[in-house]
Ligand binder design. Structure first.
Ligand code: BGC
Length: 346
């Protein structure tokens, strides 16, 4: 009896210890398993996160729920080809007086808040198009109508910024472009900036809106000048500069009020920095200028010749680093970002 009871006690203890060890190992095993699955779930979501970019979300919003699934597939997109297969060359431009903004919006469903990126490849450059503007709604509409499909055929990641000068004081194209550069950089670190007149529409999509190793002038010819370069140093209308090139020259001068001279001043700045202006071939760099009368508030700047003699003396203190303005509003419209600014007076 005595032996049995002490033997039974012993057996019971061994049983408890065994059960305790078993439950401990089961607990350890469960926690190990759940830890792993949490980790692997995290790894998966991290792997997928970079693919759901801000632009992708815009595209989803733009083209309805059916496109949401492909955008989540965690496959990295290859870089777009050097030459886009979508280019068409010279295209026929039309300027229908009955054209409406809603029509242009309907034709560009993949543009959201003025911004677009190719859905099937990673663009080689991210480009901000800067358009100084005041009271030229029809010209802006014609330009947007042609420019959006043109840039999409070039497979670019781009955004269009329209910089509106508030009030009816003397117009200052150069200062508005400085503002456009500074404002666009608040949204994204764009590689390239295109300084674009509102009344010039590109005719050939081989005229690439990308930056080169040197500042690029894109308007070799326009209908108004018989498709010939206006004059040897002409650097107006549409130009492309990388952020680095533009900073190197301290941007545009802020002091050219009224029409003329500011583009020649930019050329002076580029030359002072020993950079060379490059141009695409003349049969490609062609533009149609939409006819217009001189705007009131943009009279010829009589001081421009005097100012041009001063570039080498003043460029370091007159430019991006001295550009003072007040942003009145930033509206993210479907086809462009509308920045309204008070840039002061002469
Ligand atoms: C002006 C430039 C202008 C060019 C072409 C020049 O006299 O200084 O600003 O772009 O003419 O019209």
């Amino acid at each position: 009896m005595g032996f049995c009871s002490s033997g039974c006690k012993m057996l019971c203890r061994v049983k408890y210890v065994f059960l305790l060890l078993l439950s401990l190992s089961v607990l350890a095993w469960i926690s190990m398993l759940s830890g792993d699955s949490v980790k692997s779930a995290l790894a998966l979501s991290v792997a997928m996160l970079p693919l759901v970019k801000e632009e992708d979300t815009q595209n989803v919003a733009n083209s309805g729920p059916s496109t949401a699934v492909p955008l989540m597939i965690p496959t990295p997109r290859a870089e777009c080809p050097k030459e886009s297969p979508l280019l068409q060359g010279a295209v026929k431009l039309n300027f229908e007086p009955s054209l409406q903004l809603e029509e242009v919006e309907g034709e560009n469903k993949r543009v959201a808040q003025g911004r677009y990126q190719p859905w099937d490849c990673t663009a080689r450059q991210s480009v901000a198009i800067l358009i100084p503007h005041r009271n030229r709604e029809r010209h802006l509409l014609y330009l947007l109508h042609h420019l959006h499909p043109f840039l999409q055929r070039q497979q670019l990641h781009y955004a269009v910024y329209v910089i509106q000068q508030a009030g009816d004081g003397t117009f200052n194209r150069a200062k508005l472009l400085n503002v456009g550069y500074l404002e666009a950089l608040k949204d994204y670190s764009w590689d390239c900036f295109i300084f674009h007149d509102v009344d010039l529409v590109p005719e050939n999509d081989h005229n690439l809106y990308v930056c080169d190793s040197q500042p690029k002038h894109l308007v070799v010819g326009r209908n108004a000048t018989g498709y010939k370069l206006h004059y040897k140093g002409y650097f107006g209308g549409v130009t492309a500069m990388s952020g680095k090139q533009f900073r190197k020259v301290n941007g545009f001068a802020n002091t050219y009020w009224g029409w003329g001279g500011e583009d020649d001043d930019l050329r002076n700045r580029v030359e002072l920095q020993k950079m060379q202006i490059v141009r695409p071939p003349a049969d490609i760099a062609r533009y149609t200028m939409v006819f217009h009368k001189r705007d009131s508030g943009n009279e010829i700047n009589k001081d421009r010749i005097k100012l041009l003699r001063q570039t080498s003396r003043v460029w370091k203190r007159d430019g991006l680093n001295s550009c003072k303005y007040q942003t009145l509003s930033v509206e993210r419209l479907p086809l462009y970002i509308n920045v309204t600014v008070d840039i002061g007076k002469p």
